[in-house]
Design a protein around this ligand. Sequence first.
Ligand code: FE2
Length: 193
Amino acid sequence: MAQTQVANYTMEAFVEDVNNIFKNEADPHEQAKKVSAHLKDLLAVPGWLEEKLELEEEGGFGRFSLHLDEESGHPGNGWWLMASVQKPGQDNLPHDHGNTWVVYGVYKGAIRQRKWRWAFPGEGVDTAQIRETGKFTQQPGSVAYFLPGEIHDTLNLKEEGRSLVVRLESQKLDRVTRFQYDPEAGTMKVMDR
Ligand SMILES: [Fe+2]
C-alpha cells in the first residue's frame, strides 16, 4: 500500500477490508494473517482511536466497542472490533478464545504477551500442567494473532499511565465457550461470558 493511502486509512475502510477477507478467505489462519496486516496499517494512522473513543489525556480505562459486524465472522457471523484502555499493570489469567481467532494490536503503550500450553508426562514433566512456552512484548504499531485454541495472557507493561489496545475477535467472545487456566493451581474452568 502506498504511503499516502496508509495515512488516509480509516476504521471504516478497515471494516470493509475485514469483511472482504471473511467473504473471500475460508482458512482461519489466512484470515488472521490478512486482518493483522490491515490492522497494522490502521494502527499507523495517528489520532483515530482517541477521536473514536473521545478519550481524555489520562484515564478513561475500560473496554469499548468500535464495531460489531453481524454479516461475517469466523466460525459464525458477529466479528467484533474493540478497544481496551488498560490500567498500569493490568493483567489477566491465561485463557483461550474457543473456536475463534483474535488479533491484538497496540496503539499506545506496551503489553507483554505470554503463550502457554498443556504439557504431559513424556514431554519433560512428571504431571500434566499448563506451562509457559514463550513471551514477547508488543510496542505501539505491533500486531499479534492467536489461533483457535491457543492459550495466552497479557500484562500492561506501563507502570504509569495507560496502554491502548485494539482487539479484533473473529466472533464476539461472549458468544463463545472458552476456558481460563490457573497455572499455579493447575486448574481450568469455563470463562464467564
Ligand atoms: Fe485473549
